[in-house]
Design a protein around this ligand. Structure first.
Ligand code: BGC
Length: 742
C-alpha cells in the first residue's frame, strides 16, 4: 500500500473580518501603543471580576465607585467579567463604568466586558435560557445552534457585553467530566460544525449592527478528557488523538474567524496548558495560525503555582504564561499579575515587544467591536428585544434537541389518561434551566423566572389539571415515601418520572460514580413494579447509568437541561404535538466502568466474538426515535474508484417517511477507512443533514466525498496521511465500498 503525506494542511485564509479595520484605526492602535506607559499596557492585559467593584462583592450590579476608580485610574484595568442582574441594572452599571473609563482615564480606552452567556443570555434576569450545548448538538442541525446564538447576541448586545466566553469546543469524550453538558458531544466533526454555526451567527449577527460582538473558542486544548474524570485534572492524550479528535473543532472555529480563544485550565500530557509554550505558541499560533486574542482562564496563572506546582511562585507562573502566549490574564480579584509583570520587565525577562504584541491584539479587538466609537449600552437595541418571540424560539430549539431514546408505543400519550408525575425534576424550574442560569450553579428555585412552567405545570396545561397528580419526591428513601407513591399510583394510568442531576458547574459536579443515585433508582424500581407504563424524562448534564431500570421502562426521553421553555417542549413531545427528531450526540454508557465513544475499535471483539456479540452501550451515538419511521434505500455512488486528487464521489441515498405523520430525520453519513497504518476508528461521522418529510414522502440526500477532506487523517505531528485502499460509506442501515488508488 502506498503512503504519502499531503502537504502541511492548515492554511488559514478566512480571517477577512479580523482584518477589516480601516487604516485610520490601525494607525490609532499604533499611536496608542506608542504613547502608552508600561503600566497602562499591563493594565490592558489584566481582566478583573465585577465582584471586585460591586458594593457587596457579589455578582449583583451595585457599583462601588471608589473601587472601580482605583482599578481603572490607578491600575489601568482594561477589562472586566461576570455579573448577573436585570436589564435596568446592567444598563446603568455598564454605562457608569464605561463613562469613567472613557472620560476619566488618561488615554480614554473603553473597557471590554466578558460574560459566560453559554446557553442564551443566561446572566440577564429577563434572558432567554436555551438548552445547553449537549442538547443543541443532539438536534444535528446547525440552524438550531445558529438560532440560539442569534437570539443570545440580540439579548446580550444592548447592554454592552461585547465578549462572550462561548462556545465550548472541547469534545465531550468523558461523561465523568462535569462540563460534559457544555460540549457539543463526542464527535469532532459534530463539534466543529456546531461551533462554526455558533461563531458565524454570533460574531456575524446583523440584527445588532452597528454593535458587534466577539465569541471565544474555549478551552484550548485537551481539557475534556481528564484521565480520572475530575474537572481541571490531568489529561493524557496521545498527540495523534489530539490532532484527530481535539484540534478540528478549534481549527474550524479559526476558519470561521473566531476572534478570541480561552485556555484549558488543566494539564495535558504532564504540561500545565497555561504555561506551555509548545501548546500556546507552537501549536496554537504557529501550526494552527490563530491570530486573535488569547485569554487565560480564571486565576490560572496562580494555579501554575498552587495546583499544578510547575513553578515556585506566581511571578514565575506569570513569566511562563506570558512567555507562552497569554495576551490577557483573567486575574479576577488580584493585582499581583500587574506587580509581577512590572518586575519581569524591569529584570529584562519579558520584553516590551512581547507586551506590545498582546496590547496590539487587545486594542485591535476593541476597535473591531466598535468600542472606541461607542462603548455604551444601547436603548434602541434594548427596545428591539422581543422576549415573547425569543421564548417561542427557545421552545422550538428545545423540541429539536430532546431525544426519544426508547418507546414501546406508550408515547405519544393519549388524551384522557390519568397521569402521575414525580421525581427530582417534576416540579422544578432549576432542573430545566440547569447550571449557568442567572447564577454559576443555577439560581435557587425561588429566584427562577416566575413566568416559566415546571413540567408538572405544563403537563396540567396540556392534559387537564384533573388528570394529573403530582407526588413530591426526589426519590424513594424510606417506606413512607414508597407508600405515598404507591397510593397515588393506584388511580393513575401512566407514571411519568423526571429523573436526573441537580445543576452543577465545573468542579462542583465532580463524581466518582456515574450510576444514578440510589433513591432515584428506587423510585424507578417501585414505579416499574406497579405494572403501569412508566415514562422517564432524563434531566441531566451527562449520561448517568441506570441500565437495569432502563431495560424495563416503557419510554425514555433525554432532555438534558432544556431551558426556560423546556417543560412545554417536553410535554409537546409527550403529547405528540411535536414529533421528536433529535439523535444522541454521545454514547449512552451501559455501565460505569465502560465508557467508549462510537468510533472506538474493539479489536479482539471484531475477530473472535462475532458469534457472541457483547452489548456495548445502552444507546449508541446517533440513536434517536421518531413517531414515524424512515426507510433508507438506493445508496448509490457516482464512482467506486478514486484516482485523482481533485476527484470526488457523490453518494446519494433515498430516505422515505413510511409512517403516518410528518417527521424530521437527521441523515448521518459515516466513512470507514478499512485499513490504516495508524489503526483507524471503526467509522467516523463526515457529514449530516436534517430533512423534513411528509407522510409517504421521499427525498434524495447527497454527500460529496472529497479525497483530502474525508479520507485523510493526521499523524502524530499533525501531517495528513492519505492511504490507498478500500473505504466504506455508511448511511442508515446501508453501506457501500469504494477504492482509493491515487
Ligand atoms: C471557566 C470558564 C469561564 C470562566 C469565566 C472559569 O471557571 O472555566 O469557562 O469562562 O470561569 O467565568
Amino acid at each position: 500500500m502506498q503512503n504519502f503525506f499531503v502537504a502541511i494542511i492548515f492554511l488559514f485564509t478566512n480571517f477577512s473580518h479580523a482584518f477589516s479595520l480601516s487604516t485610520k484605526d490601525l494607525n490609532r492602535i499604533d499611536s496608542l501603543i506608542h504613547i502608552m506607559t508600561l503600566d497602562e499596557k499591563i493594565g490592558q492585559m489584566t481582566q478583573l471580576c465585577f465582584s471586585t467593584i460591586t458594593l457587596d462583592g457579589s455578582k449583583s450590579l451595585d457599583l462601588n465607585v471608589a473601587n472601580f476608580r482605583e482599578s481603572v485610574i490607578k491600575h489601568n484595568i482594561g477589562s472586566f467579567l461576570s455579573g448577573s442582574d436585570n436589564y435596568d441594572k446592567w444598563f446603568e452599571f455598564i454605562t457608569a463604568i464605561q463613562k469613567i473609563a472613557v472620560e476619566e482615564t488618561r488615554l480614554k480606552i473603553p473597557l471590554i466586558i466578558g460574560i459566560d452567556h453559554v446557553h442564551g443570555a443566561n446572566y440577564i434576569s429577563e434572558g432567554t435560557i436555551f438548552p445547553h450545548n449537549i442538547s443543541l448538538a443532539c438536534s444535528f442541525d446547525q440552524q438550531v445552534v445558529a438560532k440560539m446564538a442569534n437570539i443570545c447576541a440580540i439579548e446580550t448586545a444592548p447592554i454592552g457585553l461585547s465578549w462572550n466566553f462561548a462556545p465550548v469546543l472541547d469534545v465531550g469524550k468523558n461523561p465523568y467530566w462535569p462540563r460534559f453538558y457544555e460540549t457539543f458531544g463526542e464527535d469532532p466533526f459534530l463539534c466543529s460544525e456546531m461551533g462554526k454555526a455558533y461563531i458565524k451567527a454570533y460574531e456575524g449577527c446583523k440584527d445588532i449592527l452597528p454593535v458587534k460582538l466577539s465569541a471565544c473558542a474555549k478551552h484550548f486544548i485537551g481539557y475534556s478528557d481528564p484521565k480520572y474524570g475530575y474537572d481541571r485534572s490531568p489529561s493524557e492524550i496521545p498527540s495523534q488523538v489530539i490532532w484527530e479528535f481535539f484540534v478540528p473543532p478549534f481549527k474550524a472555529a479559526f476558519d470561521a474567524g473566531v476572534k478570541t480563544v480561552m485556555i484549558n485550565s488543566g494539564e495535558l500530557n504532564g504540561e500545565a496548558v497555561h504555561g506551555s509554550k509548545f501548546l500556546l505558541d507552537t501549536l496554537l499560533r504557529q501550526r494552527l495560525g490563530f491570530k486573535g486574542l488569547v485569554v487565560s482562564d480564571i486565576k490560572d496563572i496562580e494555579r501554575l503555582e498552587l495546583m499544578h506546582k510547575t513553578v515556585e511562585n506566581q511571578k514565575e507562573g506569570t513569566f511562563r504564561s506570558v512567555d507562552a502566549g497569554i495576551d490577557m490574564y483573567m486575574a479576577c480579584n488580584s493585582y499581583v499579575f500587574i506587580r509581577d509583570m512590572r518586575e519581569l520587565v524591569a529584570e529584562g525577562r519579558i520584553s516590551m515587544k512581547r507586551i506590545d504584541e498582546s496590547v496590539y491584539r487587545i486594542l485591535k479587538l476593541k476597535f473591531e467591536l466598535g468600542l472606541f466609537d461607542n462603548p455604551y449600552p444601547s436603548k434602541q437595541l434594548l427596545s428591539n428585544v422581543n422576549q415573547t418571540k425569543n421564548q417561542i424560539e427557545a421552545r422550538e430549539v428545545a423540541e429539536e434537541s430532546i431525544v426519544l431514546l426508547k418507546n414501546d408505543g406508550i408515547l405519544p400519550l393519549s388524551k384522557g389518561k390519568k397521569i402521575l408525575i414525580s421525581g427530582l425534576g417534576a416540579n422544578s424550574k432549576g432542573m430545566l434551566n440547569g447550571p449557568w442560569s442567572f447564577d454559576w450553579l443555577g439560581a435557587p428555585e425561588q429566584l427562577q423566572p416566575h413566568s416559566m412552567n415546571t413540567l408538572y405545570e405544563s403537563i396540567q396545561n396540556k392534559f387537564g389539571a384533573k388528570n394529573v397528580k403530582y407526588v413530591e419526591l426526589e426519590g424513594i428513601s424510606c417506606e413512607k415515601d414508597k407508600k405515598q407513591f404507591l397510593n397515588a399510583a393506584q388511580n393513575s394510568d401512566i407514571i411519568v418520572l423526571a429523573i436526573g442531576e441537580k445543576p452543577y458547574s465545573e468542579f462542583m459536579g465532580n463524581i466518582n460514580d456515574l450510576t444514578l443515585d440510589k433513591i432515584q433508582l428506587n423510585l424507578m424500581d417501585v414505579a416499574i413494579k406497579t405494572g403501569k407504563p412508566v415514562v422517564v424524562i432524563l434531566l441531566e448534564g451527562r449520561p448517568r447509568v441506570f441500565t437495569e431500570q432502563a431495560d424495563q421502562i416503557n419510554s425514555i426521553l433525554f432532555a438534558g437541561y432544556p431551558g426556560i421553555m423546556g417543560a412545554d417542549a417536553i410535554v409537546n413531545i409527550l403529547s405528540g404535538s411535536v414529533n421528536p427528531s433529535a439523535k444522541l450526540a454521545f454514547t449512552y454508557p451501559l455501565s460505569v466502568g465502560h465508557v467508549s465513544p462510537y468510533y472506538n475499535k474493539p479489536s479482539e471483539y471484531n475477530i473472535y466474538w462475532k458469534n457472541n456479540p457483547i452489548r456495548k452501550n445502552l444507546f449508541p451515538f446517533g440513536h434517536g426515535l421518531s413517531y414515524t419511521t424512515f426507510e433508507y434505500d438506493k445508496l448509490e455512488l457516482s464512482d467506486t474508484l478514486l484516482t485523482e486528487e481533485n476527484q470526488e464521489i457523490t453518494a446519494t441515498v433515498t430516505v422515505r417517511n413510511k409512517g403516518k405523520r410528518f417527521g424530521k430525520e437527521a441523515v448521518l453519513w459515516y466513512v470507514s477507512d478499512e485499513t490504516g497504518t495508524i489503526s483507524r476508528p471503526v467509522k467516523l461521522l463526515k457529514y449530516f443533514e436534517k430533512i423534513e418529510l411528509k407522510q409517504g414522502e421521499e427525498k434524495k440526500v447527497k454527500f460529496t466525498i472529497k479525497i483530502n477532506e474525508h479520507l485523510s487523517y493526521p499523524d502524530k505531528n499533525g501531517c495528513q496521511i492519505l492511504e490507498n485502499g478500500f473505504f466504506k460509506i455508511a448511511v442508515g442501515t446501508l453501506e457501500k465500498r469504494f477504492y482509493l488508488n491515487k
